[in-house]
Design a protein around this ligand. Structure first.
Ligand code: GCU
Length: 665
């Protein structure tokens, strides 16, 4: 049973029902792999191996595979695929077409997925093309195998044993990524260690890249801005110093000798104490362009993902405004192979926040989204929070940058501005835990991210259904129940931790439990920096009489969010400081509404526990029980959030708890 967790959504157990099996068997006498080259490459070999594994499990069949060359199909782009029922030598077969071998690999996984889901292959005729070109994982893994904000064990990369010892897990990891269409991975932490750029480590990195490449995955690294000083013996890392540029040129050339298809660098600079171009009086564009130049030289197609998660604690500008202030003046100054990587929100990965205004503000710059799969602010791998609904909310959010319909999805896939380079990143929730993600249901977040990276127009609900069907052997009723539990779970976390637009009131450091009272240290950690509670009310005033952060958004949003009558409840305290007795849309005073939301969060956890209890015996005991135990801890956590926050805010509101809210014990 332990295998159930390890295999993720790639289970390939025999399909139920004789008829379905025999239907699949007769539809799949053979499989044709068609690419423009028609060559048997390592990626094609992976596709064939997956097909053998999948069909062997699902229908006990080892198919004949024909590899053929075909015309270029422009509509499939670089990575898209077509699946079609065809006849080969009088026998029924399925043809998987891609312009590239990667397209065939993705088509193979899609075919197997269809069968796992029990879909018919008769008259099969469909195509799928990813909307985003570079679909990446970001690992915040340190070289000592500690994973920053990782809640599922240690880093998967066994640095001490590489390059000689290749853990079989590397391939299982790569398969899991490829199965959803992910084609790149940044293997080390954004808080970077320059050592990874030394020959000793590059040899290890190369060994990982060799495994990943066979599954269509390119490897990327984070580069520490001060590396020329730390490992290069230079006295400066000034991006405009020719010796520094020469050092990076040589370093990049060296990396390509180890990893010929190296994808490029991800850089966190001048943020949270990391080195960067500001240390030398230069700007982000100077820094990014210096690294980007050699990545585009000599026919290379490497890129720089320059992070916009920048702020300085010493700066007393509202933290949510700082990235915009630093980056917007640089619009148009970045080289073509630089893409600015923006977290979905302007603060950090809150359970809910307004979107980062940068998405609507840099028309001449390539922009990508960074989503967080690991649940840093949503209860680690203890609490259940299916993040599909949050990402759907983000990707469908309208920036109004070019009028209505300028969604973040369209900014990120490049269609809004016609930028050819598009990318998306998800901060991984994986580790050495046997089931990869700690919480058995947190695998759904890894899966959902991959599916959305391929097609950001899929709905969270669709993906939850798909994942559940692939992951559990459950009857329809039980599967629907799991989907419903997943779908409500993120809002439940919002309710018991930071409802109505409250944000960043968690305990400092670990970010797990409540800490609205945090004091001292840095300016943005001095209470009440984020919630602004006082005897009048609560919430951050970001309007015209406050920090004016709202001016960083399009007029449509400024009007909607800036007005107390039209701002949605879920962003109310993000944008406004609201009196405790303010009458909410529900007719209740704010204080009562807030208290009831906290209570609602706790009630929802109770309801979720009851629903989960009913699933006993309807899925495997192991994953059922592991989830049940975590829900018990989550219940305790939810009460702690409610009690701590209400007791704290009550000092200011000086009002009694409304009826229906349980007082703290
Ligand atoms: C958050 C997180 C850090 C991380 C940082 C980043 O602040 O707590 O651990 O390094 O984001 O994204 O750079």
């Amino acid at each position: 049973q332990a295998e159930d967790g390890y295999r993720l959504w790639l289970r390939y157990d025999q399909v139920d029902g004789r008829d379905v099996r025999s239907g699949y068997r007769s539809a799949l006498r053979a499989v044709v792999f068609q690419t423009t080259a028609g060559e048997d490459t390592p990626v094609i070999a992976s596709a064939r191996a997956e097909l053998t594994r999948g069909l062997g499990g699902l229908i006990d069949r080892d198919p004949t595979v024909h590899i053929v060359a075909g015309e270029l199909r422009p509509e499939l782009g670089a990575d898209g695929y077509a699946l079609k029922a065809v006849t080969v030598d009088g026998e029924r077969a399925v043809r998987i077409t891609g312009n590239s071998d990667a397209g065939v690999l993705y088509g193979t996984f899609a075919l197997l997925r269809k069968m796992q889901l029990g879909e018919s292959l008769d008259e099969l005729d469909e195509t799928s093309v990813p909307k985003i070109a570079r679909r990446l994982m970001n690992h915040w893994d340190n070289l000592n195998r500690f994973v920053e904000r990782g809640y599922a064990g240690f880093s998967l990369w066994e640095w001490a044993y590489l390059p000689e010892v290749i853990s079989p897990r590397y391939e299982d990891y790569a398969r899991a990524l490829a199965s959803t269409g992910i084609n790149g991975t940044v293997i080390n932490n954004v808080n970077a260690n320059a050592l990874i750029l030394t020959p000793e480590y590059l040899a290890k990195v190369a060994a990982l890249a060799d495994v990943f490449r066979q599954w269509g995955i390119r490897l990327y690294l984070t580069s520490r801005f001060s590396a020329p000083m730390e490992i290069g013996g230079l006295e400066t890392a000034d991006p405009l110093d020719p010796a520094v540029q020469a050092w990076w040129d040589a370093k990049v050339a060296e990396i390509y000798t180890y990893v010929p298809d190296f994808g490029g660098f991800l850089v966190k600079a001048n943020s949270e104490g990391q080195p960067g171009p500001h240390d030398f009086g230069r700007d982000h564009a100077d820094g990014a362009n210096m690294l980007a130049a050699p990545l585009a030289a000599e026919g290379r197609d490497g890129i720089v993902m320059w992070r916009a998660f920048v702020y300085a604690f010493e700066d007393d500008t509202d933290r949510v405004k700082q990235a915009y202030n630093q980056f917007v003046p640089l619009d148009g100054k970045f080289l073509d192979n630089v893409i600015v990587q923006i977290k979905n929100g302007p603060l950090d990965f809150m359970p809910r926040e307004a979107f980062s205004p940068l998405f609507g503000a840099m028309p001449h710059t390539r922009l990508m989204a960074e989503l967080q799969i690991t649940q840093e602010y949503l209860g680690g791998s203890v609490q259940l929070a299916y993040l599909g609904p949050m990402w759907e909310e983000v990707l469908t959010q309208d920036t109004y940058a070019q009028g209505e319909g300028s969604t973040i999805g369209r900014v990120v896939d490049g269609t809004l501005k016609g930028h050819p380079l598009s990318a998306i990143a998800g901060v991984a929730n994986t580790g050495t835990d046997r089931n990869w993600t700690g919480h058995p249901l947190a695998q759904s977040n890894w899966y959902a991210y991959g599916r959305l990276a391929w097609d950001h127009e899929l709905t969270a609900h669709q993906i939850a259904e798909e994942w559940t069907a692939l992951t559990f052997d459950a009857e329809e009723d039980a599967a629907n129940e799991i989907v419903e539990i997943l779908m409500g779970s993120r809002e439940t976390v919002v309710n018991y931790s930071m409802p109505l637009g409250l944000h960043h009131i968690m305990e400092r450091g670990h970010h797990y439990g409540p800490g609205p009272w945090v004091m001292g240290g840095r300016s943005d950690w001095t209470s009440p920096y984020y919630h602004q509670a006082n005897e009048i009310g609560v919430g951050a005033d970001r309007g015209q009489f406050g920090s004016k952060a709202i001016n960083q958004y399009a007029l449509e949003l400024r009007q909607q969010w800036g007005n107390l009558d039209t701002v949605p409840d879920n962003l109310l305290l993000w944008f406004h400081h609201v009196p405790w007795d303010y009458e909410m849309k529900s007719g209740r005073p704010l204080w009562d509404e807030l208290a009831l939301r906290y209570q609602q969060g706790v009630d929802e956890v109770h309801a979720m526990q009851a629903r989960w209890d009913d699933l006993q015996g309807k899925i495997d005991d192991e994953r059922w029980d592991a989830t049940r135990q975590r829900m018990a801890l989550q219940e305790k956590d939810a009460r702690e959030w409610r009690d701590a926050c209400l007791l704290y805010f009550q000092q200011f509101s000086q009002r009694p708890l409304p009826e229906g809210v349980e007082p703290a014990e």
